[in-house]
Design a protein around this ligand. Structure first.
Ligand SMILES: [Fe+2]
Length: 215
């Protein structure tokens, strides 16, 4: 250890912040959302291909769920959460973080979502409706690729400090919402659930947010 006398400190700048909101009682909400999601798939079985590999069985709804009454309660929870984010980050009170698009994804066993970003949005989020054991974590990847080019050696057998991680993953849990910068690359691991039938599906709602002038 150094014996230099003086003041030593570190400052973290340019952080990559991920917000997490865990709803206290989401069972009824998730039951309704589950029903609405299957109804949506019934009406639009083909869905649209985005980050999901359709051939692996993943289904992606249209992107206007936030305009449908079935999703109003969830939209309320998202609005409450994004108000807290705007407050936390010191955003202008003249603007709200508003949902511009919202969609659902059903990933049956074997399906996954390839790494992607959400162009055109400021913040993006995911809400978990159903997530059986092994359903597949969402993984966020170090956005500063220059930081991956020449990596330092860290202490062996020691958990790295969070500020030195190059990726982080979150386990999907029903009732949990994660909001992340839209530019942050993320992927979803394959659903390895061994549950039977519909109980094996990984079901989520995702959304994009931009600041919108409050009327
Ligand atoms: Fe995504």
């Amino acid at each position: 250890m150094s014996d230099s006398k003086g003041s030593f400190s570190s400052q973290n700048y340019f952080p990559t912040t991920i917000f997490k909101m865990e709803l206290e009682s989401a069972d009824d909400l998730n039951r309704h959302l589950l029903e609405a999601t299957y109804k949506e798939r019934e009406a639009d079985q083909k869905g649209i291909a985005r980050s999901n590999f359709t051939k692996l069985g993943g289904w992606h709804s249209h992107v206007n769920l936030h305009k449908m009454p079935e999703y109003a309660e969830l939209v309320g929870h998202i609005d409450n959460t994004t108000d807290r984010i705007s407050e936390e980050l010191g955003y202008a009170r003249s603007h709200d973080l508003a949902i511009g698009s919202m969609w659902s994804i059903i990933n049956p066993p074997g399906s996954s979502n390839r790494a992607h970003v959400h162009p055109g949005a400021l913040w993006s989020g995911v809400y978990y409706i159903q997530a059986p054991e092994g359903a597949g974590n969402i993984e966020f990847i170090e956005p500063r690729t220059m930081n991956l080019m020449n990596q330092p050696k860290y202490l062996p057998n020691t958990r790295r400090k969070r500020s030195c991680w190059s990726k982080v993953s979150y386990k999907p849990v029903p009732g949990k919402m994660i909001i992340f910068p839209s530019w942050l690359y993320h992927a979803v691991n394959p659903n390895l659930s061994e549950e039977d039938g519909d109980a094996s599906n990984r079901i989520i709602i995702s959304f994009n947010l931009n600041q919108k002038k409050v009327r």
